[in-house]
Design a protein around this ligand. Structure first.
Ligand SMILES: CC(C)(COP(=O)(O)OP(=O)(O)OC[C@H]1O[C@@H](n2cnc3c(N)ncnc32)[C@H](O)[C@@H]1OP(=O)(O)O)[C@@H](O)C(=O)NCCC(=O)NCCS
Length: 298
């Protein structure tokens, strides 16, 4: 049903088809918040592209497959290898999903000498699944992957007829410098394009005058989403729970005064202090992003 091959560089024809697949998947998955692969991988190491192809309509071996769109590239996997770890970004073209493409590919990559074994220096695979995709969860179970880390996307409404009211504390406001910062390593580079755009709204760094604690914040300048703001705590472990609470409270107050009506924040799910402060301040869980890890045999 499928054929595939690793490439270190995509030729122009493959690059165009893969870009088309990624655009189609990004549009299809945007609402659900699922991740999508990126042609530049996760930007951290040696990139290997796997282009998964299906024969032309009429020669696919089943009427069901022949009824699907007449495209050559039906899935794309980008593997970025660094220090023995292969970061996987994988996406199946939407009309070809739930037909076993991912399962078949995973089986073949394990069993075939041209599969994982052909990529030098990979002992372990890591993949982010966003929005707890049911297929990703079942794939993880089947192939023995375990959850290594997680990030909660949370939302909080502010302003309007029921404004957020809290005690003011002294803060410093400066232009944001740590734009590439992430709560859990690798998460930022894996998120869906819409989420990345919201994170990119961070223009200011807020810090407490008394005590440790820094956060990136920002509201959109673009209509119509002007009122959706971003909040990321730049956690370095030195902050007490009480400081985290004051910091997030001040961030919410500043964003509210700047016109935000909704705040989105990614919270590291294994950080108990962050999770409990987020809950206390009514940042409501909206989505879980899970980092799966799987050791390769041999
Ligand atoms: C996740 C994804 C790669 C799965 O690809 P796929 O070719 O559709 O997967 P398969 O058809 O091989 O199905 C894999 C498993 O998920 C199940 N599944 C597939 N689609 C499903 C759906 N919509 N709801 C629930 N389960 C589903 C299948 O039954 C199968 O489980 P089983 O073997 O226990 O029966 C694909 O849906 C995708 O590209 N999603 C968007 C990108 C993404 O989330 N990537 C995450 C990184 S892996």
């Amino acid at each position: 049903m499928i054929t595939w091959a690793w490439r270190r560089e995509l030729d122009p024809a493959d690059a165009a088809e893969v870009a088309d697949l990624l655009a189609e998947a990004a549009a299809y998955d945007a609402e659900a918040g699922f991740s999508t692969a990126r042609l530049d991988g996760d930007g951290t190491g040696e990139r290997h592209h796997l282009v998964v192809e299906m024969p032309p309509v009429g020669s696919r071996g089943s009427a069901e497959l022949d009824a699907l769109p007449d495209v050559r590239v039906v899935a794309y996997l980008c593997l970025t290898v660094s220090e023995g770890v292969g970061a996987v970004q994988f996406v199946v073209r939407p009309p070809f999903r739930s037909r076993g493409v991912a399962t078949l590919l995973a089986e073949q990559l394990d069993a075939d000498a041209r599969g994982w074994a052909a990529v030098p220096g990979v002992a372990e695979l890591r993949v982010w699944a966003h929005g707890a995709h049911p297929a990703a969860g079942r794939m993880a179970d089947r192939f023995g992957a375990s959850v290594e880390d997680a990030v909660f996307r949370t939302l909080r409404m502010i302003g309007g007829s029921r404004p957020f009211v809290a005690e003011l504390a002294a803060v410093r406001r400066a232009a944001a410098e740590d734009q590439g910062w992430e709560s859990v390593p690798g998460h930022r580079r894996s998120i869906a394009p819409d989420d990345l755009e919201i994170l990119g709204r961070a223009e200011e760094e807020l810090s407490l005058v008394a005590g440790a604690g820094r956060a990136l914040i920002g509201v959109s300048r673009d209509d119509p989403a002007r009122d959706l703001a971003t909040l990321t705590v730049l956690r370095d472990g030195a902050e007490t729970r009480a400081e985290l609470k004051v910091l997030i409270t001040q961030a919410l107050l500043v964003l509210q005064a700047d016109g935000a009506r909704m705040v989105q924040s990614h919270v590291p799910a294994l950080d108990d202090a962050m999770v409990s402060v987020a809950r206390e301040l009514d940042l409501v869980h909206d989505q879980s992003d899970l980092l799966y890890r799987r050791r390769l045999a041999g």
